[in-house]
Design a protein around this ligand. Structure first.
Ligand SMILES: Cc1cc2nc3c(=O)[nH]c(=O)nc-3n(C[C@H](O)[C@H](O)[C@H](O)COP(=O)(O)O)c2cc1C
Length: 217
């Protein structure tokens, strides 16, 4: 088997190893170095135009997590996992936000803002023209890509995670004080290490067959 094929196979082994963890071992904490590496994978996520229209909040505080759990059907992963990652998307895209991004490109790539005029027009003419509801939806979609990257990267590092949408976003926004930052909770992921008692880890994966899922035309 070629090295390339071996690497691909190992990646799918990682994806088979992962599962939406229902019970975390509350005694096991992710060390800072691993956490930083995992969050760097999230930072490296692709996004439309590269705008990354979201922020990532890592909740460690146990009292805050108790409050959040009450607004997430009391799902115990929220308090028992090592850390709770919140993907909060921008509710609207502003001209100032786009300008800050373009300034970052110019500084990082040693370019002038004039060089980026074409890109600026394209981004502003598409994103800023959208009704706010669509801007919110578009930003949330980008946040979900970051979630996907977190799940894959965590699996690669043998860190467990549970993607979750089962929560009251309005209440989360209130507890996390996101509203005045024009952010809203899109999706969350408790991360840590599975409990030996979590029976879900032994279940076979249920997925559509490749013929139902994938079509070559
Ligand atoms: C966006 C999203 C939201 C989810 N919300 C929850 C949730 O609130 N609680 C939960 O226990 N699992 C949740 N799940 C986990 C799914 O049920 C799980 O990923 C799916 O059944 C496939 O199983 P697997 O991830 O273990 O392979 C969610 C998954 C995704 C991707």
């Amino acid at each position: 088997m070629s090295l390339e094929t071996q690497t691909k196979t190992r990646f799918n082994e990682d994806l088979n190893w992962r599962y939406a963890t229902k019970k975390f071992d509350s005694e096991k904490k992710i060390n800072r170095e691993d956490l930083d590496q995992l969050l760097e994978s999230v930072q490296l996520t692709a996004s439309s135009y590269g705008l990354q229209p979201y922020e990532i909040i890592v909740v460690e505080n146990p009292e805050v997590r108790e409050k959040l759990k009450a607004e997430a059907w009391n799902q115990t992963q929220i308090t028992e996992a090592s850390h709770l990652v919140i993907f909060a998307n921008l509710t609207k895209v502003t001209e100032k936000y786009v300008d800050t991004y373009l300034d970052n490109i110019a500084a990082t790539r040693d370019m002038s803002r004039e060089d980026l005029k074409g890109m600026e027009d394209m981004i502003k003419n598409t994103t800023l023209q959208l009704p706010q509801e669509k801007q919110n939806l578009w930003a949330a979609k980008q946040a979900y890509i970051a979630l996907g990257n977190l799940l894959a990267a965590a699996a690669h590092m043998k860190i467990d995670a549970c993607p979750m949408e089962g929560f009251n976003a309005d209440k989360f926004d209130e507890i996390l004080q996101l509203e005045n930052k024009d952010l809203t909770t899109a999706v969350i992921a408790p991360i840590g290490y599975r409990s030996a008692e979590d029976q879900y880890q032994h279940l076979a994966k249920v997925r559509k067959s490749t013929s139902d899922l994938i079509h070559f035309i």
